[in-house]
Design a binder for this molecule. Structure first.
Ligand SMILES: [Zn+2]
Length: 224
């Protein structure tokens, strides 16, 4: 492993003895480096300490190996899930649905996908001021000419693949069976769209008002 991205501050860190430690253990206790027990069922504890002075948070994860637990997977203990921390100008309801969808992604992909669909609908209604449509599929169609071709390709890919796409015509609150990968893909789409829509708009407005303010300052200086 060459690097790790801190889930709290989103910065990359290199893996060194001061940022990372790992322990293997099974029911009988810790497993030493050369022990043959490392080939039998065991758990690994991974800890990452963020070197960023403004963060310094510890990420703590447990991994099951060789069927030590029911399923061999990584369980994030702290934080409970990795998600983006978006600024306040992204509407609260959208951030809430998105964060909750990330937290429950592994334990319940179908509940996560339901929240994510509701979140996507909320974003289309809020950002593009779309109303009066019958379902999410129509709402998505309504923004086809408004978004960039690459954003449309990402939205369309989610719409066309698997159960999520097949149920776009139905109420977003209906819980449907989805593959974990599908639920994850939907969350990545939401992250992309929050980035391009809300954050993109905010950054552009901030840059424009900076340019206008500096233009005003120049005019004022000339007039004096
Ligand atoms: Zn950090």
């Amino acid at each position: 492993m060459s690097g790790f991205r801190c889930p709290f501050c989103n910065q990359n860190m290199s893996i060194t003895t001061s940022t990372y430690s790992s322990y293997m253990l099974d029911f009988d206790g810790f497993i030493g480096e050369g022990s043959s027990r490392r080939f039998s069922p065991h758990a690994t504890i991974d800890m990452y300490k963020c070197p960023n002075d403004e963060c310094k948070k510890i990420t703590f994860a447990v991994t099951s190996n060789n069927d030590f637990l029911d399923r061999d997977n990584i369980v994030l203990v702290h934080p409970r899930a990795v998600y983006q921390h978006y600024p306040d100008y992204v509407p609260q309801a959208i951030r809430d649905d998105y964060e909750e969808a990330c937290i429950i992604l592994n334990s319940s992909p179908k509940a996560s996908a339901t929240l994510a669909r509701r979140c996507l609908q909320g974003m289309i209604r809020d950002y593009w001021e779309i109303s009066g449509m019958r379902n999410l599929n129509q709402e998505i169609q309504a923004i086809r000419d408004k978004v960039t071709p690459s954003q449309w390709a990402a939205i369309d890919a989610t719409r066309k693949i698997g159960n999520i796409g097949a149920h776009m015509e139905q109420d977003v609150n209906l819980i449907i069976d989805v593959e974990p990968d599908e639920a994850k893909r939907l969350l990545r789409l939401i992250e992309l769209l929050i980035e391009k829509w809300y954050i993109g708009r905010h950054d552009e407005e901030a840059l424009l008002s900076q340019i206008i303010a500096s233009g005003d300052a120049i005019t004022e200086a000339r007039n004096q």
